[in-house]
Design a protein around this ligand. Sequence first.
Ligand code: NAG
Ligand code: NAG
Ligand code: NAG
Ligand code: NAG
Ligand code: NAG
Length: 314
Amino acid sequence: MKWAVVWLCFFSCSVAIQAKQVHNHVNNICSTWGRQHFKTFDGDVYQFPGLCEYNLAKDCHGSDPKFSVNVKREENDGNIAISYISITINENGFYLNKTHVTENSILVSLPHYSRGVKVEESAFYISFKASRVGITVMWNREDAVMVEVSNNYRNKTCGLCGDFNGVPVYDEFIVNGFKISPIEFGNRHKIHLPNDDCKDPHEDKDESWKSGNVSSSCKNFQTICERAFLSKSWSSCNEQIDPEAYIHACAIDMCACNNSTNDSCVCSTMSEFSRQCSHAGGQPPNWRSQLCGCLDPTGTSRENVRATLVRTST
Ligand SMILES: *[C@@H]1O[C@H](CO)[C@@H](O)[C@H](O)[C@H]1NC(C)=O
Ligand SMILES: *[C@@H]1O[C@H](CO)[C@@H](O)[C@H](O)[C@H]1NC(C)=O
Ligand SMILES: *[C@@H]1O[C@H](CO)[C@@H](O)[C@H](O)[C@H]1NC(C)=O
Ligand SMILES: *[C@@H]1O[C@H](CO)[C@@H](O)[C@H](O)[C@H]1NC(C)=O
Ligand SMILES: *[C@@H]1O[C@H](CO)[C@@H](O)[C@H](O)[C@H]1NC(C)=O
């Protein structure tokens, strides 16, 4: 009997260790999606609604950063998406928007290969890979950007993706021993562009969802999102990734959208969870048929992004 218990523990403990390794793998990835969601390398999910240009991730070790990635969100008819990404690799500047890519201000056509950098596109995403430097950036040309860096950058990054020290909250949200809000954290990473009067977002009690609080009037949404994310069809994902932060993000989205089950409001987080799940080796369901109507005009765009993420991860 005792042995049976020991064996049981042996097996479940090794399963737990494996799950933890998978989890760590996902933690080489930082992402931002929807109107204002971010997940750091260390796994913190937070909300920052800034619409200026911000440093998302940068090699902050030493005086010559090997890479930096900046992003800018923009609002168009109430729809918020990433308008451009600017990437520096060893002093070469790349700029990506929905339609064009430049290297050192010179327009290039895709696929583009140069100095260890590979920029490729499909109908649904742009991927930027600098293998020697150890960074991949993927953008679905809409709301979602993912940055994956190699393990060499542990404890060496800064920006909205955090310090990659393996410890959530520390030291991203702690400054001189005091906790700072996601908004304060985000504003610290603003890129000050010449002639740009971009306004910092500020804490607003009436719109506290923006900084991640699910107010009492929105508690319903928490339940709706829980039901969706914890449904059986997502079980293989929930084994890989703790869905709690995504449920919270979903509730914030629904609250902000006043319960309209609108693609741009609600599906972005489910889509992100699906991408993260695939990347971690889980099997996301056909989530578009759930929670949100998610009338995706292209029908397959997210599947494709997902398939790509799976391919790049192997
Ligand atoms: C979804 O939300 C966007 C922005 O708030 C709005 O422009 C659009 O009309 C909405 N779509 C539906 C189907 O409600
Ligand atoms: C995208 O970048 C190109 C090249 O820099 C520029 O000409 C174009 O106006 C940009 N498009 C948008 C929508 O900003
Ligand atoms: C990174 O920093 C954390 C916390 O300070 C430390 O525990 C860890 O060993 C460091 N990792 C590396 C690879 O230096
Ligand atoms: C939310 O929706 C309700 C019912 O559709 C409407 O009465 C209310 O004004 C909306 N609130 C906001 C902030 O849009
Ligand atoms: C939101 O909509 C769902 C179904 O569309 C409904 O069941 C729920 O009660 C609504 N919640 C709120 C707070 O209006």
